[in-house]
Design a protein around this ligand. Structure first.
Ligand code: SF4
Length: 246
């Protein structure tokens, strides 16, 4: 029986995927306010807002929310009605309630510092596997995967186009973990931002624009497409933050 190919076994493909992706991101990545900060509280606010909501809608809310609650302590000390009012119009109000509870927990149990360890992050209100990875990576530059719907789609199409069944999610996280660079510095931050951006702008749920994709030469789907756009496939949500939109 043929052995399954994984990024760990397929080192050359993995390295080339990373290299091409990062080069593309340096040129085409969007300048978003939460990409200009490593403040864990600001990152947490952006991640809660981005669940189920597009970037263009989130940006003004993100700025206003941080003007009103500039620190985790300010948010923790606010009344729930004030927090809800600041969220009005963004929808999915449970996110606001969870973020408020998170702030109170961080102040009460972590001396006002959002943890860097994904396992500790997952104990906080409203934080699932994806959000824990995102905060650890985007705030603390930890080499941990952060697999939302967009990232899952890219990994599935690029490495596991036939992936299905009950072990599929676990496999995607294993591949995601193998792909994240271990180097010190912002390598993991940049990789996670880049693969998310590719899923948002090029390898989208509606269409995979393989002809303009930087990783086509090392992608198991795009390599067969001859550069043509590929229709909807592989866009299944993963985890509780699977509905994150960009
Ligand atoms: S080559 Fe096509 S399928 Fe592969 S990652 Fe790029 S857009 Fe997605």
């Amino acid at each position: 029986m043929a052995r399954k190919s994984t990024p760990v076994r397929d080192f050359a493909r993995t390295s080339e995927f990373r290299r091409r992706l990062l080069r593309w991101f340096r040129r085409h990545g969007r300048d978003l306010p939460w990409r200009r900060t490593r403040d864990p509280y600001h990152i947490a606010v952006s991640e809660f807002m981005l669940q189920q909501t597009q970037v263009s809608r989130v940006e003004p809310y993100y700025r206003r929310f941080l003007e009103r609650f500039p620190t985790v302590q300010a948010l923790a000390g606010s009344e729930p009605a004030m927090v809800r009012e600041s969220w009005a119009g963004l929808g999915y109000y449970r996110r606001a309630a969870h973020l408020h509870q998170l702030a109170r927990t961080v102040v009460r149990e972590h001396a006002g510092v959002i943890p860097a360890d994904p396992e500790l992050l997952r104990l906080l209100p409203g934080v699932g596997r994806y959000t824990a990875g995102a905060i650890a990576s985007f705030a603390y530059e930890r080499p941990t995967p952060a697999i939302d719907t967009n990232v899952a789609r890219v990994i599935r199409r690029a490495f596991h186009p036939a992936l299905a069944g009950p072990r599929a999610e676990r496999r995607l996280w294993e591949t995601g973990a193998a792909l994240v660079p271990r180097r010190r510095g912002n390598a993991a931050w940049a990789f996670n931002q880049a693969i998310m951006e590719l899923g948002a702008l090029v390898c989208t749920a509606r269409v995979a624009r393989c002809g303009e994709c930087p990783v086509r030469g090392v992608c198991r789907t795009g390599g067969r497409s001859g550069g043509r756009a590929v229709g909807r496939s592989g866009g299944r949500a993963v985890g509780r933050s699977g509905g994150r939109r960009r």
